[in-house]
Design a protein. Structure first.
Lengths: 569, 235
């Protein structure tokens, strides 16, 4: 039935092509996309532990102000600011981005497109090395005189531009340099992802045959590249303000602090979707496999994602409603912001519709993917309160905002990652995770996560402001109800963090004696499952050819309920 | 809803609470519906022996309806919400009613100071009344506030008014409020402004006409130096 000319391409693992490399070359100096993916993945997970530890320290301070925190000590105001600033920056730039885009992007793009590696493998290696350097630079900022930067991850000048205001003369500049290096790493990665997706598809793979997660990562990379330019320019200006005494953002000498806010949020809002889209893509792969269903309206999902990407460039000033911009401008941004709720709602509807008529298995990856939908919905609907300028006047910069964006970021960065990690673990490491441990870890994490942030919606509505080390300073915020809710949130956080030991134990034990995984344990359609588990260097001996889209599950008239992309008929 | 926990003390606080409630019930409905359908599908279509998944592409018009109809309804709700949100926004931020009194609010690392006209009713004259961390206002009076910062960005937040406005160095931002009840309430800083950000609590004292007159009398001609703080005055 193969009417298309089938070109037999040679995988680059042809015998004689490679000698056995040394450990160093194989794992630390490799250009193999899978190894680079692992480097990003494990660095990102390590950074999540750092960011999680920071949140433990400042949440302890918030629940029991002024008391010594085990494993840390007293939390001074300077330390508090440094902790929240670096928690936010780490979670976004050093966890969500490297894991969702770089790790999954690197791992999945070549394997799902049926090619042997990225188009620019050396650029890829360089990207990780610069990323690693950015981690080292960031860590070094914690140890210089004055300590790490504490002006919030949004770095608003003049606070961030002047050591006399922020008391971190060295930390302020090192922080920005670290962020800028991280951007460089992702620009290199992004070029690679887009080029590879456009040029290295397996023969027969048309654009609508590309698995959704690959599309999402590609769209996210394009958005990142389109939005980061102004912020890099802004970062350079800010560093000049700090070190060369220029006055781009210094109002006493003709500069404008609001300019920074525009540059930051012009990047910052699209950035939210940059990390959202890959997670949404991962969820699509997982739910189609475990519901045995074709993705509902593939093209709608794809065009919705593109529309979201474009629209997300027009909403940035909803972060600045009350920041002193012309109040008339808020009206425009209220409209665009509420408009963007439509494609996002649509995406959620599509996923829910995909479950209809399915045959749903509640495996660990599926539980994570489903909980993504359930929790992200909370983040989505609470965003309406903030996009509506009228209510944002009151809610801006309260814990309501904080709970809202954690109900988006946590599903994205933590739940989405666990969904992807548990789903592709058999492929990545050739062994299965333990399902029982996986489910224990899931339930503990998901219950605790809600236990942390649901109370914080309430404290936010009652008036708790963000970035304050001790709410009890304010008489209106010092009452038994609010103090109690703060303690509940912190207790659940400790539970959530402890639950991660179950996860790491599961990973280690499974790597050593987990059940061996075959090529395609989930009976999935996409190409990565046709390679060995784990795939060798070069991925396939003979590269696959594609005959259909990625979601042909339950096709009537076939004996099997799945139909892999590479099977001719 | 908010009013059950936090007093309503300005003319527009109730309107902001109304927008909050409106959104709460509108999106609450959609949220519960979506979650309901979602969990129902999980139960209804859980794997059962011998039952195969259906093949639904979602590309047919008859299937797409399930997306496009809710989608249109969400749009209608959005329009509704935008209307009320902008109405309140206009009232609080965009339009400026005639002032009966004017007060200057000065933010700095890490204190609030307030300048009010003395008996002559004008700012920037010798009899101005200056206070630190405490703002005395009269109930039922329309105030203009002029926000200025001596150093970094702060945010002037009076929760019982539901009012928040960033204070930007280099600019004077003018807004308004009209207190509707007496009492003493919090003024908070809502934008991170350095290591003392959590420690700049101010208080607003809303007084009756007589109380306020008495307070004015006792403070006239008394110079209270404006504030302390390491970076006072900037560079
Ligand atoms: C591990 C569970 C987490 C907890 C308990 C937590 C808790 C918090 C809290 C309480 C704050 C506010 C501190 C303050 O304003 O005083 C905060 C800030 C923040 N968090 Fe998280 N967080 C968690 C995970 C995450 C994740 C996964 C992300 C993103 C991927 C994230 C991103 C942020 C950001 C961007 C900020 C703002 C930092 C700033 O104000 O400059 N957090 N977090
Ligand atoms: Cu935004
Ligand atoms: Cu402040």
């Amino acid at each position: 039935m193969a009417t298309r000319p089938v070109e037999i391409r040679e995988g680059h693992d042809t015998p004689g092509h490679h000698e056995e490399p040394s450990f160093f070359v194989k794992y630390l100096w490799s250009t193999d996309h899978k190894v680079i993916a692992m480097q990003y993945l494990f660095t990102g997970m390590f950074m999540a532990l750092v960011g999680g530890f920071f949140s433990y320290v400042f949440r302890m301070q918030l629940a029991w102000p002024g008391e010594s925190v085990p494993l840390w000590g007293l939390v001074t105001p300077a330390a508090y600011n440094m902790l929240i600033t670096n928690h936010g920056a780490i979670m976004i730039f050093w966890v969500a981005m490297p894991v969702l885009i770089a790790a999954f992007g690197n791992y999945l793009i070549p394997l799902m497109l049926g090619c042997d590696d990225m188009v620019f493998p050396k650029l890829n290696r360089l990207s990780y090395q610069i990323f690693l350097l950015s981690v080292v630079v960031l860590f070094s900022s914690f140890f210089v005189t004055g300590g790490g930067f504490g002006g919030a991850w949004t770095m608003y000048p003049p606070l961030s531009g002047e050591a006399a205001y922020n008391n971190t003369p060295a930390g302020q500049t090192i922080f920005i340099v670290a962020v800028a290096l991280e951007f460089v790493a992702f620009l290199l990665g992004g070029i690679n992802f887009v080029t590879t997706a456009m040029n290295s598809r397996a023969p027969g793979m048309k654009l609508y045959d590309i698995p959704m997660v690959v599309w999402m990562i590609v769209i996210a990379s394009i958005m990142f590249m389109a939005s980061v330019g102004p912020l890099v320019a802004g970062a350079v200006m800010l560093i000049f303000d700090q070190t060369l005494n220029t006055a781009f953002f210094d109002p006493t000498r003709g500069g404008d602090p609001i300019l920074w806010q525009h540059l930051f949020w012009f990047f910052g809002h699209p950035e939210v979707y940059v990390v959202l889209l890959p997670a949404v893509g991962i969820v699509a792969e997982v739910i189609t496999v475990f519901a045995r269903k074709k993705l509902f309206a593939y093209k709608t999902v794809l065009y919705t994602a593109i529309a979201t990407g474009v629209l997300s460039f027009t909403v940035w000033a909803h972060h600045q409603f009350i920041a002193g911009i012309d109040p008339r401008m808020a009206n425009i941004f209220t409209v665009t912001t509420l408009l963007i709720s439509i494609p996002i709602a649509e995406m959620m509807f599509v996923y829910i519709a995909t479950l209809y008529g399915g045959s749903i298995t509640f495996s660990t990856p599926m539980l994570w993917a489903l909980s993504f939908i359930a929790t992200f919905l909370v983040g989505g609907v609470t965003g309406i309160f903030l996009g509506a300028s009228g209510s944002d006047i009151y809610l801006h910069d309260t814990y309501f905002v904080l709970a809202h964006f954690h109900y988006t970021f946590y599903p994205i960065a933590i739940i989405g990652t666990f969904a992807g990690f548990t789903f592709w673990f058999p492929k990545m490491f050739g062994r299965h995770l333990n399902e029982t441990l996986g489910k224990i870890h899931f339930w503990l994490t998901i219950i605790a996560f809600n236990g942390i942030f649901l109370p914080l919606f309430v404290t936010g509505v009652l008036g708790d402001n963000r970035r304050i080390p001790n709410h009890q300073v304010y008489p209106e915020l010092d009452n038994p109800l609010m103090n109690g809710l703060r303690e509940v949130a912190t207790v659940f956080l400790v539970v959530m963090l402890l639950a991660q030991f179950v996860f790491f134990y599961n990973v280690v034990v499974s790597l050593v004696r987990g059940k061996k995984a075959e090529k395609n344990p989930w009976k999935s359609n996409t190409l990565e499952w046709t390679a060995d588990s784990p795939p060798p260097h070069g991925n396939w001996k003979e590269l696959p050819t594609v005959y259909r889209g990625p979601y042909e599950y339950g096709v009537p008239g076939r004996s099997e309920d799945y139909w892999p992309q590479n099977v001719p008929n | 809803m908010i009013e059950r926990f936090l007093p309503v003390a300005s003319t527009y606080a109730g309107d902001i609470d109304f927008v909050f409630d409106l959104i709460f019930w509108t999106v609450g409905f959609w949220f519960l519906l979506a979650q309901g359908v979602f969990f129902w599908l999980l139960v209804r279509f859980r794997k059962r022996d011998g039952v195969r998944a259906q093949y639904v592409t979602g590309e047919l018009k008859s299937e797409k309806r399930f997306i496009t109809i809710p989608h249109a309804l969400v749009l209608v709700c959005d329009v509704f919400i935008v209307f009320f949100a902008i109405r309140v926004w206009y009232d609080v931020k965009q339009h400026l009613p005639e002032a009966q009194q004017t007060v200057r609010v000065v933010a700095q690392q890490w204190a609030w100071s307030f300048v009010q006209p003395g008996p002559d009713g004008r700012l920037d004259t010798a009899d101005d009344i200056k206070t630190v961390d405490e703002l005395h206002v009269q109930v039922g009076t329309t105030y203009h506030f002029q926000l200025v910062s001596r150093d970094v960005v702060h945010s002037f937040s009076v929760p019982v008014f539901r009012l928040k406005q960033d204070v930007i160095p280099g600019r004077v931002i003018t807004g308004w409020f009209e207190p509707t009840r007496t009492g003493t309430f919090d003024i908070q800083c809502a934008e991170i402004c350095g290591i003392g950000h959590g420690y700049m609590p101010g208080r607003i004292v809303i007084e009756t006409a007589e109380q306020h007159a008495a307070w004015m009398a006792s403070h006239s001609n008394r110079e209270i130096a404006a504030a302390s703080g390491p970076a006072a005055g900037g560079r």
